[in-house]
Design a protein around this ligand. Structure first.
Ligand code: ADP
Ligand code: ZN
Length: 199
């Protein structure tokens, strides 16, 4: 019988997804810290939402942090990650990147890199977020986390957006100038929106 010999170092894509407050950043940081303990060379990126200021760290809602390079262009992640001494690439807030993040990640995985990404699978309207559906389809492993519903205490899988204290409307803009926005984790029963997403 012929056995396939595994490649010396095969690449992989791991996805950590879920709503806000579900512990995605914490789990990403945990895996990256363990990689460093295993003496792997780790590069960490996060999306630079705002061109003007962005901290050079991943920060969880619990206040844990890890150094990370903020950027917007997937081509830079590909270029830096492909360097031969890099073993592990972590990316937080991956849902904000353009669809070209998919080919950048595929190139890294094909080159034998371990890529670990964290991101929201759904936006505040419950619509699949940006490149996440494609990334989830090609992932080697998926960890779907839940938060605690801030209304009833059950498992919460959704991100509720509040504008001036009231549930946001489906057609609200992603960025609302002048409005006081907030986000909560909610369960299916407590999540409120004025119309359902049609896929
Ligand atoms: P994410 O990256 O998914 O937004 P973080 O890793 O930044 O999540 O933060 C997770 C932490 O947030 C939890 O360990 C907990 O201390 C805190 N937290 C605050 N609100 C909630 C909630 N509603 N459900 C679960 N954890 C919460
Ligand atoms: Zn609830």
């Amino acid at each position: 019988m012929t056995y396939y010999k595994p490649a010396y170092r095969s690449g992989s894509l791991e996805i950590i997804c879920g709503p806000m407050f579900s512990g995605k950043s914490e789990e990403l940081m945990r895996r990256l810290r363990r990689s460093k303990i295993a003496r792997q060379n780790v590069l960490t990126f996060k999306h630079r939402l705002d061109d003007r200021h962005s901290t050079e760290q991943l920060v969880s809602h619990d206040g844990n942090c890890l150094d990370a390079q903020p950027l917007m262009d997937p081509a830079v992640i590909q270029e830096l990650g492909l360097k031969s001494d890099v073993h592990v690439i972590g990316i937080d807030e991956v849902q904000f990147f353009p669809l070209s993040i998919v080919s950048a990640i595929c190139a890294l995985v094909a080159a034998g890199k371990r890529v670990i990404v964290a991101g929201l699978n759904l936006d505040f309207r419950c619509v699949p977020f940006g490149p996440m559906p494609t990334l989830l389809a090609i992932a080697d492993s998926i960890t779907k986390l839940s938060a605690i519903c801030s209304i009833c205490g059950n498992e919460g899988h959704f991100t509720q957006r509040l504008v001036d204290g009231k549930p946001a409307h489906f057609d609200d803009h992603i960025i609302m100038v002048g409005a006081q926005e907030a986000y909560q984790a909610r369960c299916r029963t407590c999540y409120k929106i004025d119309k359902m997403a049609t896929l």
